[in-house]
Design a binder for this molecule. Sequence first.
Ligand code: CA
Ligand code: CA
Ligand code: CA
Ligand code: CA
Length: 387
Amino acid sequence: MMKSFRKSGSIPAVLFSLGLVALLNSCSSDDDNAPIEEGNASSIIPEITVSTVSSSEEEAIFRIGESVTLTAKNLNEAVYEEEWTLNEEVVSTEDEFVFEPEAIGVYSLKYRAFNDAGEYKEEFQFEIAIRIRPIVEDSNSYVTELFDYLPAPGQFINTSLGNMEGAKGIVGKTGTVSLGAWGGSVVLGFDHTVLNKEGEPDLLFENNAMSNFSEPGIVYVMADENGNGLPDDTWYEIKGSAHDMEGVDRNYEVTYYRPEDPTQNVPWTDNRGNSGEVLVNSFHKQPYYPEWIEEDNYTLRGTLLPDVNIDRSNPSYITSNPLDYGYADNIQGGDQIDISDAIDANGEAVSLEGIDFVKVQTGIQADMGWLGELSTEVLGISDLNLQ
Ligand SMILES: [Ca+2]
Ligand SMILES: [Ca+2]
Ligand SMILES: [Ca+2]
Ligand SMILES: [Ca+2]
């Protein structure tokens, strides 16, 4: 019998049909006409039953951190050898195998008992889902852990809005952190898994956007696929309303250079042959290049959005109208993000059951005149399921 442990709604194509299951669970003889010598146990084809005991509490769903113990029991007098094969690699030659996957995905586990007379075979299909950290009484609706803050240069960098303390200020509550010019980012995590509610937004990004002053930031989400509590898995980008526009560059890179005089404009070059400067303004006179970065230049990578909504017709009053949806620091009052809008590196939609980590990154490279560089601010990131 084939046992399938699968996550709902994903990768059904790889699960075997029942017809194939019957074929896979079989006894066979090398030569059906060969006489079975009485009293010779290795001339009897092994007859086996395999039992499975799972630590999973959910029926038919198997998650990272759980285990399954499979035990093969002989039902006749046969003498035989046996082996367990996981994704084509022999993992045990004993009666018992404890399967403890360390990554999500689909696994094929095969058992074989064999001797000269023939063999018994059985195959198991496991689809491993992410670990879900449930909402409990003490769960915080806001992100509770800062993993990384790497801003681009900007007018608030090296101030209380643009240093590590500022970034920690949005841990567990609201605060304000500026990400600087294009490519600056912050990475945070929740104390529970934010579930992707069907047909509903799931995350709220509080901001300081005004009706004509948006500073769109790209949102990325990540599930803790290996269950180690760290954002070392795969980032999926939220595809917002501007993602299909001309000028979007998902492989954009900018290198910022520390100016010789730390209070001067910060030069940059990109990977498309362009260059420019993050301009200092009279309101903010501190160094704009992050002072805790030891290197004299550093490169940021991500998605560039076009500056189509920026109106420079009046240089003393440059405006930036919001994009329709799908970005941080975009819509006045807060940005609601649907995890279902996540895409992979190829731009294909991905189906995520939930996420544990978020990243926000300034999405546009633009100077806004006396208002300084366009720089995404984050005032709070929370789980809408807990509001
Ligand atoms: Ca959703
Ligand atoms: Ca991880
Ligand atoms: Ca800003
Ligand atoms: Ca802002």
